[in-house]
Design a protein. Structure first.
Length: 260
């Protein structure tokens, strides 16, 4: 009986260790980029965090434990964030931020992966859906849009950059200024064939969302937009933290043919 209990303890320990992600750095065009990889044998899912956040944010989400048990979960600290290099040159950002995700896949020898993004992370994945669609099996984009260059977006980008400068966050200011170089067109969006699911909180459905909704629906394999009642963007009620998001992700993956 003691041997049986000991074996169970060893098994439990092995299961725990197997879910602890390996953390490391890789070089992306000379920049040190931090990432983690749980090295599981299932399909890979890359998680891309929001602006002024880092990869630790995913541990607070309701769906993370499910993914970590069933998929090869890979996280990244985007350049300018977390433990990755923080250049203050605007030229180092823009599309280069998304290219770090592509280079991470190269580093890990992964041809293509499912991706989930939040806010700016969604924005970066949306850019890759145009520039590198062959590297993305599917995308769940939470509280984020396709990058554009409307007057409203330009004004927002300038406001964020100025706010970061006032707070001494020079790298984040450069990140925000770099957004001006990420814009994609309606024609490019219409050509996207990757399975896609947008998710928003009901409190995020403002005038800007309404101005962008038609573009979100342009990709031919985009599922109907999911709206989580009562959820917002950046509080404890944020859509990314809401328990309903877990079932949305699971249902989306189940519907993929073939299943991920």
């Amino acid at each position: 009986m003691r041997h049986f209990s000991f074996s169970l303890s060893i098994l439990s320990l092995w299961l725990l260790v197997s879910q602890i992600a390996m953390a490391d750095y890789f070089l992306s065009a000379g920049h040190r980029i931090y990432f983690s990889d749980n090295q599981a044998h299932g399909p890979s899912v890359v998680l891309v965090h929001g602006f002024a956040m880092d990869s630790s944010m995913w541990q607070n989400t309701d769906f993370y434990s499910h993914l970590n048990t069933n998929y090869r979960v890979i996280t990244i600290d985007l350049r300018g964030h977390g433990q990755s290099d923080k250049s203050t040159s605007v030229d180092e950002y823009g599309p280069n931020v998304g290219l770090d995700i592509v280079r991470l896949l190269d580093h890990l020898k992964i041809e293509s992966s499912h991706m989930i993004g939040f806010s700016m992370g969604s924005y970066m994945i949306a850019r890759l859906l145009v520039s590198h669609p062959e590297r993305i099996k599917s995308a769940v984009l939470v509280s984020g849009f396709f990058p554009g260059n409307s007057k409203q977006e330009t004004k927002f980008q300038e406001h964020v950059a100025e706010d970061m400068l006032e707070h001494g966050e020079l790298a984040l200011a450069a990140v925000a200024k770099g957004w001006a170089f990420d814009a994609v067109t309606k024609k490019q969006i219409s050509a996207i064939e990757v399975p896609l699911q947008f998710v928003f909180g009901s409190e995020e459905l403002d005038d800007f969302y309404r101005s962008q909704k038609a573009m979100l629906e342009l990709p031919r394999n985009s599922q109907p937009i999911k709206v989580i009642a009562g959820a917002d963007h950046d509080s404890q009620r944020a859509a990314i933290l809401h328990p309903e998001l877990r079932s949305i992700i699971i249902d989306f993956y189940r519907a993929l043919k073939p299943e991920p």
